[in-house]
Write a protein that binds this ligand. Structure first.
Ligand SMILES: [Zn+2]
Length: 574
């Protein structure tokens, strides 16, 4: 990011340009350009723009000042705002409003970038990767990885400590499952965590056990804390390095805006520091952790909205009602089909759920409730209703994986946003039917059904708790109902596919709405931030099956290129 003095100078002119923009909208371009002579556009982008603005669906050029669009239209229309100092950038490919991801984990992505990535691997390959890393790691130090899914294995059963012990007798190993809700550990890790056959399951957690109550090496939800507590925490420098790496990764994926789901005070402090140094390359909408010191601090101080020209906002709380479906932590109204004695985990009881909902609401915060099982979803809706929330508050349910038909109309009625991760269909196609059985499976990830009911749906990836963090995979999954690995071949419950125009809104405009940013983001329109993503082709006409393979050619936030090809970078420097 080359923020520099130019941006600062231009911010002073934003008001004038907003007035000018109104003039432009009324067709008074010539007069407007004249009246602003001497303070012309900072930058003019030329190329092909798909605006997602019904009033002007396509454009050839865009003029930007102070990070906002002051003109968009034909070359001739935009050229009127050029001055001697105006920079020019030729945009490669096809530009769309910047991609947004309504559910990411910034810190966890940074961590993932520094540990083993186990996505899509067989158990043999995972053990081989662990062996390789052990060879380079001093004895006794932790070996960490993330992303495995037993759904890829035959048989698709949970792994054991004994399997890891064979390759790692002297290094403790913790391999987090793809959903982030369970961990596969070896015996040394169990020992370090102090988990024995006598250890009781913590509330909201499960220690999987074999004969005679012996822990097998699989820990679920709150039982994983015993392990995370004994892994040395990253210091401040490491945390900042990881967050920077994550933010850089987002720009490469074409994201201009992400919603960080469950940030703690340290993460928020680092984001603020980056913002202060003008080194926050994209917009981050923070869901602060809705428990502990983070919740206490933000309930005391209230929301922080639109810091740094709309780069950083902290105005919502993330609360966790249940676990994940893959590790049978999702809270179901009826037992699991493949574990008749189990109905999942309740991570937040109704009492504290009501308390945080009421307190957050009173202080002007949005509440975003992680709820995967049908009972957890119902409990979230009930709590929102009891608190008397209005549609204007835009409360959200994150994931909405197993929906009970009776709860469907409540989303539209209460104005509760369904924040969904379409790439989950890949993962769910591997094992969800085993978990919930024939009947309920038809109501797992019913994206189209929710849209048709009038519910607002915003989409994201949940990466690294998912197969892919790319918004192109989200787009592809929405349109094809296939996961990142192109499975299943015919799409998973293909009647839930949506058309590409709808899908494009779900990766741009509706996440903006879910963050109260629809006046500033989500379309390339005069007055909004100049955030856009240039792709190698127009997704509206590209074959649906190849949407995931489009290239990101350029990512621009507030008129500044944060990712792009070297060729383009050169032309900007001139
Ligand atoms: Zn998540």
């Amino acid at each position: 990011m080359n923020a520099g003095s130019a941006k600062v100078t231009c911010r002073r002119h934003v008001k004038a340009y907003t007035l000018c923009s109104i003039g432009l909208a009324l067709g008074l371009t010539a007069a407007c350009a004249r009246s602003e002579a001497g303070s012309a556009a900072d930058v003019i982008f030329a190329g092909r723009f798909v605006t997602l603005d019904a009033g002007r669906p396509e454009a050839e050029a865009m003029a930007v000042t102070g990070g906002r669009i002051i003109a968009i239209g034909s070359n001739a229309e935009v050229e009127r705002l050029a001055g001697p100092e105006t920079r020019r950038v030729q945009v490669p490919g096809v530009a769309l409003p910047g991609f947004a991801d309504a559910h990411v984990h910034v810190s966890a992505l940074g961590e993932q970038l520094e540990m083993l990535n186990l996505r899509g691997l067989s158990k043999e390959d995972i053990l081989a990767r662990v062996s390789e890393l052990i060879a380079k790691t001093p004895e006794g130090e932790w070996i960490q990885g993330r992303g495995w899914d037993q759904g890829f294995w035959k048989p698709a059963v949970f792994p054991t400590a004994a399997e890891l012990d064979k390759v790692s007798p002297r290094h403790p190993v913790a391999l987090t499952r793809i959903d982030g809700h369970s961990v596969w550990v070896n015996s040394l890790a169990l020992e370090r965590a102090g988990i024995t056959r006598e250890t009781k399951d913590p509330e909201g957690g499960l220690i999987m056990r074999g004969p005679a109550g012996r822990p097998t090496g699989m820990l679920v939800d709150r039982a994983t804390y015993a392990v995370s507590r004994v892994i040395p925490a990253p210091d401040r420098e490491q945390r900042e390095r990881r967050i920077r790496a994550a933010l850089r990764q987002y720009t490469e994926w074409g994201l201009t805006s992400v919603h960080d789901s469950g940030a703690d005070l340290d993460t928020i402090a680092i984001l603020k520091e980056l913002l202060g140094a003008d080194e926050l390359p994209i917009r981050v909408y923070v869901m602060a952790r809705g428990s502990g010191e983070t919740a206490a601090a933000y309930l005391a101080r209230g929301p922080e909205i639109g810091l740094g020209e709309g780069r950083l906002t902290i105005r919502s709380f993330k609360i966790m009602l249940d676990g994940a479906l893959g590790s049978r932590g999702a809270q179901l109204a009826e037992p699991y089909a493949d574990a008749p004695g189990e109905r999942g985990l309740e991570l937040l009881a109704d009492g504290p759920l009501d308390a945080i909902t009421r307190d957050a609401s009173a202080k002007g915060f949005q509440v975003n409730a992680h709820a995967i099982g049908d009972l957890a979803i119902r409990r979230a809706l009930n709590a929102f209703e009891r608190a008397g929330i209005t549609p204007e508050q835009r409360f959200r349910i994150e994931h909405v994986s197993v929906l009970a038909p009776a709860d469907l109309p409540r989303f539209a009625r209460l104005g509760v946003i369904a924040s969904m991760q379409p790439n989950f269909v890949g993962e769910y196609s591997r094992w969800a039917e085993e978990r919930v059985g024939r009947e309920r499976i038809r109501w797992v990830y019913p994206t189209k059904t929710l849209l048709d009911s009038g519910a607002m749906v915003a989409t994201g990836s949940d990466y690294p708790a998912a197969d892919s963090g790319s918004p192109l995979t989200t787009l592809y999954s929405l349109v094809t109902r296939k996961g990142a690995r192109r499975e299943p071949a015919g799409g998973w419950f293909p009647e839930q596919r949506v058309d590409v125009d709808t899908a494009l809104r779900l990766v741009t405009a509706t996440p903006a709405y879910a963050a109260f940013q629809e006046d500033d983001l989500g379309a390339l329109t005069i007055g909004r931030y100049a955030d856009f993503t240039a792709l190698s082709a127009d997704p509206r006409t590209h074959p649906a099956d190849q949407l995931q393979d489009l290239d990101i050619r350029m990512t621009v936030v507030a008129g500044e290129m944060v990712f792009g090809s070297p060729q383009t970078r050169e032309s900007r420097r001139r």
